[in-house]
Ligand binder design. Structure first.
Ligand SMILES: Nc1ncnc2c1ncn2[C@@H]1O[C@H](COP(=O)(O)OP(=O)(O)OP(=O)(O)O)[C@@H](O)[C@H]1O
Ligand code: SF4
Ligand SMILES: [Mg+2]
Length: 339
């Protein structure tokens, strides 16, 4: 890691999680009503840890990631809750400070590498300028040297030649590696990776995931890996957060979530892991689909699809509570309460 990151090193306090989200609530004001899109979501990510965030389309995975990085699209906004990065509250920072934070202390990797790369500039120039933005006192020569190191670190062979090439001269997998190098340019404590391998071939997916895992381990970076591919999660995550209709319904160590899930929705997701990581549009084991924003069912929003639902589930909302090795928001696991 480079010397300019002494402040980040000082912030590194193992007992303080890199990311701590408490009771996050995101609303969209629509026609004088506030549509709640994310409701009471809490989780943390430690140093070198990969938290997989899963759930069907519309669960609220990307909205949560966007809120962390300060990129919620208006009129969406954080209506309640707190976000701390290495102990510092960041959700209430002014826009200019949020912008400085983005890229520097929180790196982002999205599904399509082309949206993060400028086709008109060489990858070397894009990397060097990004490094300069984050470390303005660094000399041009040092920034170039650093850019070469980053290209090598993300597995780009012959960085000296590749440095002067344009994005279109790279394959999809190579481009995503360059986006990862850009995300690392500020030496971030946290990386938000939103479906980073969805657009790639399966064999390339595996390489990119292995790279992310290695980066988390060698750099101690916390990674929030958003996907609806349970196969991806089983391979690389340390812990898994399961989202449904804007809420966190289960969270726990990956082995427990995959092998011994407690929440009926997680059970359905696990039973639907398809061969070769195909993404299920619908859950094979559970009928119905994710409710649309604004028409969430009352009580436990999963109740219309849940094979175990009882009358209580239609009127009361279960809180996330310890359930064996995980925590689950389901009455079935809350003290044998009659449904
Ligand atoms: N700008 C917006 N305006 C209104 N509703 C939005 C906006 N962005 C997202 N939503 C809604 O919020 C809900 C959560 O969206 P989000 O993009 O977080 O889902 P997701 O879990 O990332 O799904 P996917 O797997 O399809 O990417 C969805 O119902 C979506 O329609
Ligand atoms: S609270 Fe009820 S409806 Fe919701 S997941 Fe548990 S059993 Fe099913
Ligand atoms: Mg998404």
């Amino acid at each position: 890691m480079i010397n300019g990151n002494a402040a980040a090193a000082e912030r590194r306090e193992p007992s303080v999680p890199v990311l701590d989200v408490r009771d996050l609530r995101i609303e969209f004001p629509i026609r004088e009503k506030a549509l709640v899109a994310i409701d009471g979501v809490s989780f943390s990510i430690g140093h070198g840890e990969i938290l997989g965030v899963v759930g069907e389309s519309g669960a609220g995975k990307s909205l949560t990631g966007s809120a962390l990085i300060g990129l919620l699209q208006a009129p969406g906004h954080i209506a309640a809750g707190t976000i701390h990065l290495s102990g510092q509250r960041i959700d209430n920072l002014p826009e200019t400070e949020q912008r400085r934070l983005r890229g520097k202390r929180i790196g982002a990797i999205f599904q399509d590498p082309l949206t993060s790369l400028d086709p008109l500039f060489t990858v070397g120039r894009q990397l060097t300028e990004t490094i300069h933005t984050h470390f303005p006192s660094m000399s041009r020569a040092d920034a170039k040297g650093r850019a070469m190191q980053l290209l090598a670190e993300v597995g780009i062979a012959d960085p000296a030649t590749r440095f002067d090439q344009y994005p279109h001269q790279f394959s999809g997998g190579m481009r995503q590696r360059i986006v990862i190098a850009l995300a690392l340019a500020g030496e971030p404590e946290l990386i938000i990776a939103d479906e980073p391998t969805t657009a790639l071939d399966v064999s390339i997916q595996a390489q990119i995931l292995a790279l992310l895992k290695r980066l988390a381990r060698t750099r101690d970076t916390a990674i929030m890996l958003v996907t609806h591919d349970m196969g991806v999660i089983a391979e690389v995550a340390d812990r898994v957060a399961v989202m449904y209709a804007g809420r966190l319904v289960e969270i726990g160590p990956v082995e427990d979530i995959v092998r011994r899930p407690n929440h009926p929705y997680t059970v359905g997701l696990m039973a639907s892991i398809p061969p070769l990581h195909r993404q299920p549009e619908r859950l094979a084991q559970i009928s119905g689909s994710m409710p649309r924003l604004g028409s969430w069912p009352t009580g436990c929003s999963f109740h219309p699809r849940c094979p175990h639902a009882g009358p209580r589930c239609e009127v009361s909302t279960p809180l996330l509570m310890p359930a064996g090795a995980t925590a689950a928001a389901c009455f079935l696991h809350q003290g044998g309460t009659a449904l």
